[in-house]
Design a binder for this molecule. Structure first.
Ligand code: ZN
Ligand code: ZN
Length: 286
């Protein structure tokens, strides 16, 4: 009896510890986003753009519109992704448990195929792909669209910005200066050695490059999964997924019936064909 209560207490402590660690991680990543985003917007629109394009000319206004479109979509997709509930909560009563449903010992109920328990959210998530630290929630059946579009928008914005940032730096930086190599290799050290706008610009362009690489990897990894009808936990085996219905149907399953319009705005209504509980041929495989 005593042993059982001790192990329960240990389990509870461990859960609280994991939760606290995740809350701290989420706070740090969200703080990075909320600091970096305005800094980048200011840097690109108020410093780089006027330096590479004539101010208030037609190209300048076109760039301003394109940048605003990307910024609004990045923020919009992030907010929609964070606040779209994709868990089984409040939805289970519409469905009768099936024999093939797996049992979740944490939630103490049977969960539908492709749903997995998340230790951080402490819930079973429908068609759970992964827990996203930047969104501070799980990515699953109902918010996968926003995550995919968020990574695409950030990737495009970073490539777009990088093209003009390189032009901007080439005008600005004294390339014959030996210090420039240190600034690129050790951007933080250059703040100490030679703090000034040049060091800040080099640092921001490096961040720009790294974020482009990271979001590019994320986007191509996830879109490849989507096109093949897979989610990350199902990607371990290289066999063709039993959920693969052809690239177009797979895409519609994630982006909705108006999939071709979802890049325009997260506000565009694009209903998903599935309910996240029932899957055509797959009950036996999960
Ligand atoms: Zn669960
Ligand atoms: Zn989660």
């Amino acid at each position: 009896m005593c042993f059982k209560s001790n192990s329960l207490l240990l389990n509870l402590n461990l859960k609280n510890h994991i939760r606290l660690k995740r809350v701290l991680e989420h706070s740090i990543y969200l703080a990075i986003i909320f600091i970096l985003l305005p800094v980048f917007i200011y840097f690109e629109l108020c410093i780089v753009l006027p330096a590479v394009v004539e101010e208030w000319s037609v190209p300048f206004l076109i760039h301003y519109c394109c940048a605003s479109f990307l910024i609004l979509n990045i923020i919009g997709n992030m907010i929609f992704g964070m606040f779209t509930d994709t868990s089984v909560r409040g939805r289970m009563s519409h469905f009768r448990n099936k024999e093939s449903w797996g049992y979740c010992s944490e939630c103490d109920f049977f969960r539908p195929p492709r749903a997995w328990h998340c230790d951080t959210c402490d819930l079973c998530i429908l068609k759970r792909d992964h827990h996203c630290t930047f969104f501070a929630c799980c990515i699953g059946h109902f918010n996968y669209r926003y995550f995919i579009m968020f990574t695409l928008d950030v990737f495009v914005a970073m490539l777009y910005a990088f093209y003009y940032n390189v032009q901007f730096l080439s005008q600005f930086i004294s390339w014959n200066h030996g210090l420039i190599i240190i600034k690129f290799l050790f951007p933080l050290a250059s703040f100490v050695i030679d703090f000034g706008p040049e060091s800040v610009y080099v640092f921001l362009v490096l961040i720009n490059f790294l974020v482009a690489l990271f979001t590019g990897f994320l986007f191509f990894y996830h879109i490849n999964n989507v096109l093949n009808g897979k989610i990350t936990p199902e990607n371990k085996n290289s066999l063709k997924s039993v959920h693969d219905k052809g690239w177009k149907c797979n895409l519609i399953e994630v982006l909705g019936t108006r999939w071709h319009l979802t890049w325009i705005s997260p506000f565009i209504y694009s209903p998903l064909p599935g309910n996240g509980f029932e899957w055509d041929i797959d009950d036996k495989t999960d």
